[in-house]
Design a protein. Structure first.
Length: 99
Protein backbone atom coordinates (compact mmCIF):
# COMPACT_ATOMS: atom_id res chain seq x y z
CA UNK A 1 0.00 0.00 0.00
CA UNK A 2 1.41 3.39 -0.99
CA UNK A 3 1.98 5.79 1.88
CA UNK A 4 2.47 8.90 -0.29
CA UNK A 5 2.77 10.01 -3.90
CA UNK A 6 6.57 9.99 -3.94
CA UNK A 7 6.88 6.21 -3.62
CA UNK A 8 8.22 4.34 -6.63
CA UNK A 9 7.16 3.46 -9.21
CA UNK A 10 5.65 6.88 -9.96
CA UNK A 11 2.16 7.02 -11.39
CA UNK A 12 2.27 7.93 -15.12
CA UNK A 13 -0.70 10.29 -14.79
CA UNK A 14 0.96 12.10 -11.89
CA UNK A 15 4.22 12.48 -13.83
CA UNK A 16 2.40 13.76 -16.91
CA UNK A 17 0.49 16.33 -14.82
CA UNK A 18 3.79 17.67 -13.46
CA UNK A 19 5.17 17.93 -16.99
CA UNK A 20 2.04 19.75 -18.19
CA UNK A 21 2.30 22.18 -15.27
CA UNK A 22 5.95 22.92 -16.06
CA UNK A 23 5.19 23.36 -19.75
CA UNK A 24 2.31 25.78 -19.00
CA UNK A 25 4.53 27.83 -16.69
CA UNK A 26 7.30 27.91 -19.28
CA UNK A 27 4.92 28.80 -22.11
CA UNK A 28 3.42 31.64 -20.09
CA UNK A 29 6.86 33.04 -19.29
CA UNK A 30 8.11 32.73 -22.86
CA UNK A 31 5.00 33.59 -24.88
CA UNK A 32 2.61 35.70 -22.79
CA UNK A 33 4.80 37.91 -20.62
CA UNK A 34 6.92 39.36 -23.47
CA UNK A 35 3.86 40.63 -25.38
CA UNK A 36 2.35 42.49 -22.42
CA UNK A 37 2.91 46.26 -22.49
CA UNK A 38 5.25 48.02 -20.07
CA UNK A 39 4.88 47.52 -16.35
CA UNK A 40 1.93 45.17 -16.71
CA UNK A 41 4.36 42.47 -17.86
CA UNK A 42 6.27 42.74 -14.59
CA UNK A 43 3.11 42.77 -12.50
CA UNK A 44 1.65 39.79 -14.35
CA UNK A 45 4.94 37.88 -14.15
CA UNK A 46 5.24 38.52 -10.40
CA UNK A 47 1.66 37.51 -9.62
CA UNK A 48 1.78 34.48 -11.91
CA UNK A 49 5.14 33.42 -10.49
CA UNK A 50 3.93 33.67 -6.89
CA UNK A 51 0.74 31.75 -7.64
CA UNK A 52 2.69 29.07 -9.53
CA UNK A 53 5.13 28.74 -6.64
CA UNK A 54 2.25 28.46 -4.15
CA UNK A 55 0.66 25.75 -6.29
CA UNK A 56 3.96 23.86 -6.55
CA UNK A 57 4.47 23.99 -2.76
CA UNK A 58 0.90 22.82 -2.13
CA UNK A 59 1.41 20.00 -4.64
CA UNK A 60 4.61 18.80 -2.97
CA UNK A 61 3.01 18.94 0.50
CA UNK A 62 -0.07 17.08 -0.68
CA UNK A 63 1.95 14.47 -2.55
CA UNK A 64 4.15 13.88 0.51
CA UNK A 65 1.20 13.42 2.87
CA UNK A 66 -0.28 10.08 3.86
CA UNK A 67 -3.90 10.23 2.74
CA UNK A 68 -4.89 6.85 4.11
CA UNK A 69 -7.74 6.64 6.60
CA UNK A 70 -6.44 5.67 10.07
CA UNK A 71 -9.64 3.78 10.84
CA UNK A 72 -9.28 1.73 7.67
CA UNK A 73 -5.65 0.95 8.54
CA UNK A 74 -6.74 -0.15 12.02
CA UNK A 75 -9.25 -2.50 10.38
CA UNK A 76 -6.37 -4.09 8.45
CA UNK A 77 -4.69 -5.33 11.60
CA UNK A 78 -5.67 -8.64 13.19
CA UNK A 79 -8.72 -8.25 15.39
CA UNK A 80 -7.17 -10.11 18.32
CA UNK A 81 -9.73 -12.93 18.33
CA UNK A 82 -7.53 -15.98 17.83
CA UNK A 83 -5.45 -14.07 15.27
CA UNK A 84 -8.25 -13.89 12.70
CA UNK A 85 -8.45 -10.95 10.36
CA UNK A 86 -11.20 -8.38 10.55
CA UNK A 87 -14.00 -8.52 7.94
CA UNK A 88 -12.54 -5.45 6.22
CA UNK A 89 -9.05 -6.93 5.78
CA UNK A 90 -9.65 -7.37 2.04
CA UNK A 91 -9.32 -3.59 1.64
CA UNK A 92 -5.74 -3.72 2.84
CA UNK A 93 -4.13 -4.69 -0.43
CA UNK A 94 -3.27 -8.35 -0.75
CA UNK A 95 -6.02 -9.36 1.67
CA UNK A 96 -3.77 -9.50 4.71
CA UNK A 97 -3.06 -7.32 7.69
CA UNK A 98 -1.00 -4.19 7.24
CA UNK A 99 2.63 -4.36 8.37
Amino acid sequence: MRRNGFEWPPDPLQMSSWLVFLSYCSATGLLVVPVLPGASAWVFAAVYGLLSLALAVATVRTTASDASDPLLLAACRPSGHDGEKSPTAGWCGGGGPAP
